[in-house]
Design a protein around this ligand. Structure first.
Ligand code: GLN
Length: 580
């Protein structure tokens, strides 16, 4: 059977960074996939770090982990959420990684006698990696990180320029994403930065056929024709990427302007019309203002940078679609949280209101840990739905050990390496590790779920696979003691040696997981753990509101209300701390 050649769509960015190139790339992928094409995407990152795994979330946002254990750019999270294709090690590489390979080749003697240079050695390695990732796909989208004009991205631009000749112009398409700013004093959108950006990229030999303009409001036909005239693209190839109410509306906004149609025409591919019903449903659910709002407190350290928890906040949004509710995430800084009265800090963060659930996300280091432990205690004692992810499981275990199992000095070896009561300890496999890059327990591992647990109910099966990124684990020396004290280890590695999930009986919803389920949640397929967590939050919200209306009634009858805790789902109010 004749195989079709892979077609390459290169997405570059101009004018400013953070204009949503990653999202745009993901949306193009979604649209082409909806036309029945097999699509993949690659992110090229110009920085020198070999991968983003060693960068602070403040610098780089979330590190997205793939099934095969690659620590990658957060744009790969967008690709997976918009496209069915799963990402792997092949789908993201940096200048650092390219140089690392070329230098290793050189040391081995592969280029003996030659001078190793950016062109051709570095550019060849870039092209080799792109082609490897593209193998077996109809379309490979390549997003070049950075902004045109950056010194760092020059070898990448040169490599994609060469690819046009290598694989043929009929198999390549260049799309440039730019910003069209609005100048309020002049009451005008300005196209000059776009013109300059196109001039710059054309100077590198790359001629975009489609320009996607980020702008606050849709550009009118006059402006589109102006950009078309000055930037050498057809008028119907100037596409607006206006601000949308939800990112999941973007594929539809781009489709309405014919973006996917232009792509297939320019690449000479025949496909039917795209099947966009799933996106229409998701977008209409997410923009339905009549839905009730469920409020979730996220207690963590990087609270002022929502990009650090990108997949997590998206996973919650997906669960909002599944539960027909809006999600409001209240970020609570664990460093400043009042450990004596966590509810005060949580309420303060939520304009004086109670929240419907508490989530402790992944994280590293001791800073803010006591605040997180206090929040976990508050959730346990007050029957507030609780979800602990990775570090969140470890925090919940420490809290339970200290306050229920009587291990007062319980901590994590990550917080106190000399502790004699490290209920969370460094994993055996990590003990000999002394380098930082790509050395954690990374990627997908199987987990066996115990019958009769909430975890089993949530997943509907006993064997699951989830992605990991950690060095510490529940210390098996304490497992029996914790179990005796009532902590349920509902999921373990199939051989039983690693604790993967914990939960509490007699609590409406209290689950901790050593893995990162957020990486597998998509709007079309919300992750069951998030879906059920949000469902539990919704139940609590309903109970809180019946409770408060009863309180109001009684207060107006002249009786003082006497409610000390939120009710369990069965409706009975439980006084603080009574469950032990
Ligand atoms: N710092 C913890 C560990 O390494 C948790 C990591 C995480 O939350 N991703 O085990």
């Amino acid at each position: 059977m004749e195989t079709r050649p892979t077609k390459y769509i290169f997405v570059t960015g101009g004018v400013v960074s953070s204009i949503g190139k990653g999202l745009t790339t993901a949306c193009i992928g979604a649209l082409l996939e909806a036309r029945g094409l097999k699509v993949t995407a690659v992110k090229l990152d110009p920085y020198i770090n070999v991968d983003p795994g060693t960068m602070s979330p403040f610098q780089h946002g979330e590190v997205f982990v793939t099934d095969d254990g690659a620590e990658t750019d957060l744009d790969l999270g967008h690709y997976e959420r918009f496209m069915g294709t799963r990402m792997s090690k092949l789908n993201n590489f940096t200048s650092g990684k390219v140089y690392e390979t070329v230098i290793a080749n050189e040391r081995r003697g592969d280029y003996l006698g030659g001078t190793v240079q950016v062109i051709p050695h570095i550019t060849d390695e870039i092209k080799r990696r792109i082609k490897l990732a593209a193998e077996g796909y109809d379309i490979c989208l390549i997003e070049v990180g950075g902004t045109v004009g950056d010194i760092e991205s020059l070898p990448f631009l040169e490599a994609i320029r060469q690819m046009r000749t290598d694989v043929g112009p009929q198999n390549t398409l260049f799309i440039h994403v730019t910003l069209v700013p609005y100048i309020p004093t002049a009451h005008e959108f300005k196209t000059k930065p776009t013109q300059h950006s196109i001039k710059e990229i054309t100077g590198y030999g790359i001629i975009p056929s489609i320009i996607i303009c980020r702008c606050q409001q849709p550009l009118d036909e006059k402006l589109k024709s102006k950009i078309s005239l000055f930037c050498n693209v057809a008028p119907n190839c100037v596409i607006n990427a206006p601000d949308v109410r939800t990112i999941y509306e973007l594929p539809l906004a781009l489709h309405e302007q014919g973006l996917d149609q232009r792509c297939v025409e320019l690449l000479n591919i025949w496909t039917g019309a795209p099947k966009l019903e799933p996106w229409t449903k998701i977008a209409s659910s997410l923009t339905d203002e009549s839905r009730e709002t469920v409020t979730i407190a996220m207690v963590g350290k990087y609270v002022d940078l929502t990009e650090s928890y990108k997949s997590l906040s998206e996973a919650l949004i997906h669960s909002g679609v599944a539960n027909n509710c809006k999600i409001s995430i209240v970020y609570v800084d664990s460093e400043t949280l009042d450990t004596k009265s966590p509810e005060k800090s949580i309420r303060a963060a939520n304009h004086g209101q109670d929240v419907d659930a508490i989530l402790i996300p992944g994280g590293f280091g001791v800073r803010g840990s006591e605040g997180k432990i206090a929040a976990a205690r508050y959730a346990r004692e007050n029957k507030v739905p609780f979800f602990g992810i990775c570090l969140g499981l470890q925090i919940a275990t420490i809290e339970y050990a200290r306050n229920v199992a009587g291990l007062n000095a319980a901590t994590s070896a990550e917080f106190d390496p000399n502790s004699s009561c490290a209920v969370i300890d460094i994993m055996d496999s990590q003990k000999s590790v002394n380098i930082k890059g790509a050395s954690m327990r990374l990627g997908a591992y199987p987990c066996a779920i115990k019958e009769g647990t909430r975890a089993r109910e949530v997943y509907g099966k006993t064997l699951i696979s989830e992605r990991h990124r950690h060095r510490f684990e529940v210390n098996n020396t304490f497992r029996e003691e914790l179990e005796k004290a009532g902590l349920v280890f509902s999921g373990t590695s199939p051989d039983g040696t690693l604790a993967e999930m914990i939960e509490l009986k007699d609590h409406p919803w209290f689950i901790g997981v050593q893995f990162h389920p957020e990486f597998q949640s998509t709007p079309k397929n919300p992750h069951p753990l998030f879906r059920e967590f949000v469902a539990a939050a919704k139940v609590r919200k309903a109970q809180l509101s019946t409770l408060s209306s009863k309180v109001e009634k009684r207060a107006t009858n002249g009786k003082a209300p006497s409610i000390s805790a939120a009710p369990t789902p069965s409706g009975a109010a439980v006084p603080v701390g009574s469950e032990q």
